[in-house]
Ligand binder design. Structure first.
Ligand SMILES: [Fe+2]
Length: 183
């Protein structure tokens, strides 16, 4: 530990002298090679969650409620963790669409592939769309089909969680006329 503390103070001296820390030294610091006990305690406290890592190949495509739509949620709410985000991929077949409908949770979309018309506006890859909670979604349709990254999470003000069960993992789709569009 003494060697590591000396290295840390040496880094500080390098910074004071040059006004910057050389990139390779900075990388070593970020990797924790020169951390003191104090900085280690600040960087990872008792009760902090470690990251959870999933590759999309570990999940199967499931049936989403609107015609021509499939989903692969890499993380989603479950009984033991009801406030988890509903996060993953949604795949749209060419010619698919959804009508105006509303939600009490919040969500972010990011278009990875394909061309879409959302609320009359043309949107392609690289487009990010944010819906605060509560919100309504504009009518969407696509000629090309494509793929979005979707992250839905509890509304900060509504407290209403994202909905996975019965919506993103349907056994059988029901007619759109019978789908609830109000939550
Ligand atoms: Fe929706």
């Amino acid at each position: 530990m003494v060697v590591r503390q000396l290295a840390y103070h040496a880094n500080s001296m390098v910074y004071r002298k040059n006004g910057f820390i050389p990139p390779r030294l900075l990388t070593a610091i970020h990797r924790g090679q020169f951390m003191t006990q104090q900085t280690e305690a600040d960087a990872r406290r008792a009760g902090d969650h470690a990251c959870e890592i999933v590759h999309e190949s570990e999940r199967e495509w499931e049936t989403l409620r609107f015609d021509g739509t499939e989903s692969k949620m890499l993380f989603h709410p479950r009984p033991e963790r009801p406030l988890e985000p509903n996060a993953g991929l949604v795949r749209y077949a060419p010619g698919s669409s959804f009508p105006v409908h509303r939600h009490d949770f919040a969500q972010v979309w990011y278009i990875l592939e394909g061309q879409f018309t959302i609320g009359g506006k043309k949107c392609g890859p690289g487009t990010m769309i944010f819906h605060d909670a509560p919100h309504y979604e504009e009518e969407m349709h696509t000629e090309t089909g494509g793929v979005w990254l979707l992250v839905q999470y509890p509304g900060p003000k509504t407290g209403k969680p994202a909905i996975y069960e019965g919506r993103f993992n349907m056994k059988k789709r029901i007619p759109i006329g019978q789908e609830r569009l109000d939550y």
